[in-house]
Write a new protein. Sequence first.
Length: 201
Amino acid sequence: MGSMAVGSSIGVEKQCLIQSLLSKALLIVLALVCYPLLSVVPTHGRTPNEVPDPPLTSLSACAAGLSDSVIVSARKGDHAALVELYNSVQTGRCSNSVKALVNWLELACSHGLPDAMFELAVRLELGEAVAYDVERALKLYLRLAETGHVLAQHRAGLLILRSAQSNELRQEAVNWLGTASSNGHGLSALILGHLYEQGAH
C-alpha cells in the first residue's frame, strides 16, 4: 500500500515536470518562430526624439532619385525630408547598395524617425546588413517603447527575457510584454500567459 502511494507521488511529480518542460518548449518555439519577423508598423507623425547614433559617413551611394534639397533637409533633421528619405529606402527608389541603405537608416535614426529606429534595431539584433549589436538594439527598442511603440515594447520584452539573469530583469521583461499586451499585441499576451503559468507576476 505504501509503495503504491510512493509510486503515485512519483507519477504526479513526473507529470508536473513534463508539463513544465512542455510549457517552456512551447514558449521557446513561439519566440523562435515569431521573433525574427521584420514587420514595421507605420509611425509617421510621431514627434522624433534625438538618438545619439554614429554619424553618417556617406550619402553619395544613395543619392539617386532624391533631390539635393531633400538630402540637405534630411541632413538637418527635417522630419518631412526624413520620411521621404525613409520611404525611398523602403520602396527601392534608393540605391540597392546595402551600405547606402544602412547609412540612410543611420541618418534617419540619428534624428529620431521611429520607423527607421525600429528597422535599424531589428537589423542590429539579427545582424542583418549591420554588425550584430544586441545592446544597441535594446537601447533603440527601449527608446521607442517608452514613446508607445507596440512592436518595440514586444521586442524589448523578449530581448530582455532572452538574456535575463536575475529576477529584476525577468520582471522588467514581463512588464514590457504586459505593456505590449495591453496595447493589443497578441503574441505578447500569449507569451505573458505562459510566463504567469511559470510563476511570473
